[in-house]
Design a protein. Structure first.
Length: 117
């Protein structure tokens, strides 16, 4: 039963086996390229997470917010929203608030973004 329960939790995305990457810098470089392409209009829905040695799904708002944070790590709240929506005006405020409250801290822990400066 434990095996079946574990498999269901893995399948549902609630848990993930940990196999950390040796070098977070290469994953972060890939992520910067994906964020740049996303800011240019491409639809990439994943980021590299070296802390677990795998990829994570990422929505449009998260990709654009991460790109804005790459340019200016001090952005928060309204300033982050304005930088994320510049030129497109289509980002959902609730999605961006969830990114800042939940996704951003998790991405920092997993090495998706470098440490906060």
């Amino acid at each position: 039963m434990l095996n079946q329960a574990t498999q269901m939790l893995l399948w549902a995305g609630h848990i993930h086996p940990v196999s950390p990457a040796a070098d977070a810098a290469s994953a972060q470089a890939l992520n910067r390229a994906l964020w740049l392409m996303s800011a240019a209009g491409s639809e990439y829905g994943w980021v590299a997470a070296p802390g677990i040695g795998s990829g994570l799904p990422a929505g449009r708002a998260a990709m654009r917010a991460a790109h804005a944070l790459q340019q200016n790590p001090a952005l928060r709240g309204k300033a982050l929203f304005d930088a994320t929506t510049a030129g497109i005006g289509k980002t959902d405020p609730a999605a961006l608030a969830a990114f800042e409250r939940e996704t951003l801290p998790a991405w920092r822990r997993l090495g998706v973004l470098g440490p906060e400066k």
